[in-house]
Design a protein around this ligand. Structure first.
Ligand code: URA
Length: 236
C-alpha cells in the first residue's frame, strides 16, 4: 500500500495532514525519513511518526528446504506429513510455499511469509529457471532435446510449453531446465514420449542451488544475499 494511503487510513491523520507530515520529514520507514507519498508500505515495514511506532513490521522469513519424497507440498494435509511439518519454527501458519513439488518429487523448496517475494519467484512472467534431475523408465533420446526446445502442447491448458533445455546424462537420466511451473509439467513433457518419470529431484531455482549440506527433510534460513537475488527489480 502507498505510504500516503497507509497514513490517511489511520484515525489520527486526514489527507491534508498526511501531505504536511511527509513534507516536514516526520515520517520514517525502516529507519529512513520518507517524503515520497507513493513509497510502498508492506507488512514487513516499520513505520514511525516523530519516533512513535505506527506499525512495528513483522520480520520477513525465508527458508530453503530439502523436500524428501513422500511428503506433501501444502500447509495442511489429513493423511500425509507436509513440508511445513518439517519446520521447527514459531508462527508456522504465517508461512507458505513458493513453488510446489509433487508428493514423490524431492529437492529444493522455498518457504516464506513474504507473498510479494514468492509471487515474483513463481509467476510465469518472471521466467525463473528451475532445474530438475530426471530418471525415466525408458531411454531418453536426442529427439527429446529438440521437442522440449520447440515446446510440448498441453491440450488441457491449450498452450505450448516455453523452450526448455535438456542435457542427457545417461540412457535413462537427464537434467531439464524449465521456466514455468505447470501442473505435473516435467512428467507431462516426458509423457509426450510415453516415458514415465520414476525419479524427479529439483536441484535449483534461478540462482539458488539446493545446499548439499541439507539432508532430505532438513532446512535452513536463506541469507540476505540469497533473498535479494530474488527481489523484483523496479523494471520487472
Ligand atoms: N514437474 C512435475 O511433474 N512434478 C514436480 O514435482 C515438479 C515439476
Amino acid at each position: 500500500m502507498r505510504l500516503d494511503r497507509f497514513l490517511s487510513n489511520r484515525p489520527q491523520f486526514n489527507r491534508q495532514q498526511v501531505r504536511l507530515l511527509l513534507i516536514e520529514k516526520r515520517i520514517q520507514v525502516d529507519g529512513q525519513v520518507i517524503c515520497d507519498p507513493r513509497h510502498e508500505i508492506r507488512a514487513f515495514s516499520q513505520v514511525e511518526f516523530d519516533g512513535q511506532i505506527l506499525q512495528a513490521g513483522k520480520p520477513a522469513r525465508y527458508f530453503m528446504l530439502h523436500k524428501p519424497p513422500g511428503c506433501v507440498s501444502a500447509t495442511q494435509d489429513a493423511e500425509h506429513p507436509t513440508v511445513i511439518d518439517l519446520l521447527d519454527e514459531p508462527d508456522k501458519h504465517d508461512l507458505h510455499i513458493a513453488g510446489r513439488l509433487d508428493f514423490n518429487t524431492s529437492g529444493l523448496m522455498l518457504i516464506t511469509n513474504d507473498g510479494q517475494w514468492s509471487r515474483h519467484v513463481t509467476q510465469p512472467e518472471t521466467k525463473m529457471p528451475k532445474v530438475y534431475y530426471v530418471e525415466t523408465e525408458q531411454e531418453i533420446t536426442d529427439a527429446y532435446i529438440s521437442k522440449f526446445r520447440e515446446g510440448v502442447y498441453f491440450a488441457f491448458e491449450d498452450l505450448t510449453t516455453q523452450p526448455a533445455g535438456l542435457e542427457l546424462l545417461g540412457p535413462c537420466s537427464a537434467r531439464l531446465s524449465i521456466v514455468e511451473g505447470r501442473y505435473h509439467q516435467v512428467k507431462r513433457m516426458f509423457g509426450f514420449f510415453n516415458n514415465k518419470v520414476v525419479r524427479l529431484h529439483r536441484e535449483s531455482i534461478g540462482p539458488l542451488v539446493l545446499d548439499s549440506l541439507l539432508a532430505p527433510g532438513e532446512y535452513r534460513a536463506l541469507s540476505e544475499q540469497e533473498v535479494v537475488q530474488f527481489q523484483p527489480t523496479p523494471a520487472s
